[in-house]
Design a binder for this molecule. Structure first.
Ligand code: HEC
Length: 156
């Protein structure tokens, strides 16, 4: 029995150590990584838009699918962890556009982030299937979920 408890305890502690290491990302890094994640999603959104909305670039199913998969992965990567204490305002020259209200409404923020995750997974599935009409609809849904959070929690 003792060994079982000791085993469970050390598993807990180990888990704790992993969590602590994860939380140790400095506030500066959290801001930079989240901005990079958002920019990376935007870059991939732009590629899909060019091919299936604007038609300025010829449709290539593999490229659209790859872009959608990248968005899906980032949207579902747990970015909420990058809005930790100390990241609610500028740090030196590092500017954040996160609205202070965001940090008082983490539950709402998590919901909006969850909506994006769902929409992004749907877009990835549609992009893989390759029906452009369905991709357009799914793309619109992703765009809406980006916007709904920006309207509330991203400053000018
Ligand atoms: C749950 C809220 C939320 C969702 C959903 C969301 N964003 Fe954002 N976005 C933010 C916040 C907050 C910032 C400001 C981050 C900062 O400056 O620290 C931001 C910043 C950005 C930036 C500027 C990054 C930079 O370099 O400063 C871009 C571009 C962006 N988002 C694109 C997107 C796209 C594209 C989507 C959808 C695929 C999206 N966002 C979804 C909250 C969200």
């Amino acid at each position: 029995m003792k060994t079982v408890i000791a085993g469970a305890l050390s598993a807990l502690l180990l888990g704790g150590a992993v969590t602590a290491a994860y939380a140790q990302v400095s506030p500066e890094d959290q801001i930079e990584i989240r901005q990079a994640g958002f920019s990376y999603m935007a870059w991939n959104m732009g590629k899909i838009k060019a091919q299936v909305i604007d038609g300025s670039v010829e449709y290539n199913q593999q490229q659209v699918s790859a872009a959608a998969n990248a968005i899906d992965a980032i949207a579902n990567s747990g970015m909420g962890a990058l809005f930790g204490p100390g990241t609610e305002k500028d740090i030196g020259d590092l500017h954040t556009r996160a609205d202070p209200a965001l940090f008082e409404n983490m539950q709402d923020m998590a919901e909006l982030a969850g909506n994006l995750g769902t929409a992004a997974s749907n877009l990835a599935a549609k992009a893989e299937a390759g029906d452009q009409d369905e991709i357009r609809v799914a793309f619109g849904e992703v765009g809406k979920s980006c916007k709904s959070c920006h309207e509330k929690y991203r400053m000018e």
